[in-house]
Write a protein that binds this ligand. Sequence first.
Ligand SMILES: [Mg+2]
Length: 261
Amino acid sequence: MEDFAHFTAQQARRVRYVLCDIDDTLTTAGKLTARAYAALWALAQAGLRVIPVTGRPAGWCDLIARQWPVYAVIGENGAFVYEVHAGRRTAFIHPSVAGGDIQGRLAAVRDACLAGVPGCRVAGDQFARIYDLAIDFAEEEPRLGLEAARRIRDICQTMGARAKISSIHVNAWYGDYDKVGMAKLYLTQQAGEADPRDSVLFFGDSPNDEPMFAYFPMSCAVANIRPFAADLAHLPAYVTCRESGEGFADAVDRLLALRRE
Ligand SMILES: [Mg+2]
C-alpha cells in the first residue's frame, strides 16, 4: 500500500466514478461527519459519480439515493442498486437474488446464530432489510470481537447462506452476489462502462472490502485498514494517513486538486 499522496494527476483524470464503503470509511465512530459529507458534495459538484457500496439495508439506501449527492447506491452487499434519475427512484435487483420463502430461510439462520453465539443479536437496522440478515457483533454494546464474528459466519455458511464479516455486522443471504459482483454488473450492463477498472476509484476500510481492492486497480483504504493488513491477500493500492472520514475527505481533496492541475 502506497500513501495516497502518490496517486497521480494522470490517474485522477481517468476517474469518473468514486465507489465507497460507508461504515468506518465515510463514517467516524459511527457518525457521518460534516467534512466527510461535504467531500461527497465536492465530488458530485466536480462531476464525479459517487456510488456508496454498503451492507446497509434497503430502507437506508432508499434515503441515501433520494437525499445524498450520489449517482446510485449499492446496498445489502450487492442485492440491489437504487438510483434516482428523471424524478424516479428505481431499483436494479441482482438476477440471482433468491426467490421463494427467503424470510423463512433467513429466520432459521437467525435462530441458529442466536443460539450458537451467546451475546450476538439481530442488528438494529434489520427491520429496514429486504434481502439479507444482519447479526450485530460490534455496532452496539456488548462488542464481541472477531472470534465471535467468525463463529457467526461459520453457522451461516453451514446453513448454505453466503456470509460476510463487516466492521460491525455479519451479513448472511441466499444468492450468488456480493459487492464486487454487483458493482461490475451494474457498471457494465446499466451504466455502459466497457471496463469499470479504468474509471473507478474505490475507498474501503476492512476485510469485507477485499474483493473490491482485488478487482479495482485504483483502490484506496483509509488508515484503519492497517490492523487487518497482515490478514489480507489483496491489499488496496493506496492508503490514507488518517482514519475513517478524515482520511476519506483528505483523499477527496487530493483527488480534486490533482484533477485541477
Ligand atoms: Mg466498512
